[in-house]
Design a protein around this ligand. Structure first.
Ligand SMILES: [Zn+2]
Length: 446
């Protein structure tokens, strides 16, 4: 019995993860080598110009990784000794409760809702007399842990040209929370829902957009992973479906979770950046479309079961770094057919709405290549697909996770953005989406 306890404690110790800030002396891409030697390492942030990296690493890598850094003449600092400590802070910030019967009340978007609260809010939106005429709910699938994937559809009267039945309305898809730890993307997706509903009768641009498009929003694409991130491991990224493995490199007999943004059925597992190791944070799954969440979204976009609409644009929300990323993700050598058009529109929105604070470009060049992503898949179905990495910006600084985050200039909050950031980023992202869609309408539909 005692031996078992020691074993469990040891396992816990070895499986614990740490966050390291690493600096190398040269502007050189160390990533592919690191990925090869340390397949379970997770890159959180990097700054090419400062040659600094933030990694999430399993504790049992510590001595070999230290050795690698010294060999490369680099230096490092451990920022978070045990990532389990990060939860204490998140718990504090999610205590307030909500009790408004107005679904557009700020209490619904000024905090990070749990999955149950999100479902309650969705039902309130579809039942309340304030919003029910503009809302339809679609359950597009179930997760491994049996949570519903609920898409909120926002619609209004069609443009007269559509009403005559000659043309069908087009559709826009927005998703958030694909990666469990990126809470801000869920909050911002919810804020976008609220803004569309508040402004649909008032703002001429929003009104026009809803004349031409129905908007479908899945704020929580990975609810199993998100709940795990809220309750067990704040920096969890994947979903929670288990994969049984028996390889020598694995500490235990199985690992949980697939990186949903590596599991889409286009150019699947075709480049580094998507891992074949089930214990890796970017595990691609054993085959494309193996995950319920991905299957559900792919069916939803491909088939006309829920919508009878043609999908025309897709905004995929992540955090963080402040990047506006265009397909392709899987290669730097090719471009999507309409790349110039996408780039021009995106640059335009970035400079007029986002004050030039987002870096715009092809995902594989601006960040890194990886395969099986949702925007690459979406780009095979529709002309406009893009990923928005929300705040904060990459600054090559350590993560800070306690104290007054806004005042501390010497660290970055990364995934730990507080709920006060939802509205700040939400306004920007909503305006950016509106400008982008409005520009499409002006050029293609009017
Ligand atoms: Zn992400």
């Amino acid at each position: 019995m005692k031996l078992l306890l020691v074993f469990v404690l040891l396992l816990n110790y070895l499986q614990a993860e740490q966050v390291w800030l690493v600096k190398f002396p040269y502007k050189h891409n160390y990533l592919s080598r690191i990925e090869k030697i340390f397949p379970l390492i997770d890159l959180i942030e990097y700054d090419y110009y400062q040659s600094s990296y933030i990694f999430l690493i399993p504790r049992n890598y510590a001595s070999n990784f230290t050795h690698f850094i010294h060999q490369s003449k680099g230096s490092y600092r451990i920022i978070v000794d045990n990532t389990k400590d990060l939860l204490k802070k998140s718990r504090q910030q999610s205590k307030r409760s909500i009790a408004s019967d107005n679904p557009l009340d700020k209490t619904y978007y000024q905090r990070f809702l749990s999955y149950d609260e999100q479902q309650d809010w969705s039902r309130l939106l579809s039942n309340s007399s304030l919003t029910n005429k503009s809302i339809r709910l679609h359950t597009i699938g179930q997760t491994y842990e049996n949570r519903s994937l609920t898409v909120i559809e926002i619609h209004s009267k069609s443009h007269p040209r559509y009403r005559k039945g000659r043309r069908r309305k087009n559709a826009v898809f927005i998703d958030g929370g694909m990666h469990a730890r990126e809470w801000l993307s869920i909050g911002v997706a919810n804020y976008v829902i609220v803004q569309f509903l508040k402004l649909k009768g008032k703002d001429p641009k929003v009104k026009k957009i809803l004349h031409y498009f129905d908007v479908f929003i899945l704020s929580m694409m990975n609810p199993d992973g998100y709940e795990y991130s809220r309750n067990e491991n704040r920096l969890w990224r994947k979903n929670r479906a288990p994969t049984i493995v028996s390889d020598y490199w694995s500490i235990d007999a199985s690992c949980f979770g697939v990186d949903l943004n590596r599991n889409f059925p286009f150019q699947w597992n075709n480049t580094f950046g998507a891992s074949p190791f089930p214990c890796s944070h970017s595990f691609s799954g054993l085959k494309p479309l193996s995950e319920n969440e991905v299957q559900s979204v792919v069916n939803f976009l491909r088939n006309k079961t829920y919508t009878r609409h043609q999908f025309y644009a897709y905004f995929n929300l992540h955090a963080y770094g402040r990047f506006w990323l265009l397909p392709w993700t899987y290669t730097t050598l090719e471009r999507v057919k309409n790349y110039d058009d996408l780039l021009k529109r995106s640059n335009n929105v970035a400079s007029t709405v986002l004050n030039g604070t987002y870096k715009v470009g092809q995902a594989s060049s601006v960040l890194y290549s990886c395969s099986g992503t949702s925007i690459d898949f979406a780009a095979t179905l529709m002309p406009h697909a893009m990923t928005l990495e929300l705040s904060p910006m990459y600054r090559g600084l350590p993560l800070c996770y306690d104290g007054n985050l806004r005042k501390d200039q010497n660290c970055t909050i990364g995934f730990m953005s507080g709920p006060e950031e939802i509205e700040i980023d939400g306004i920007e992202v909503f305006n950016a989406i509106v400008e982008y869609l409005y520009s499409i309408i002006q050029d293609n539909f009017v």
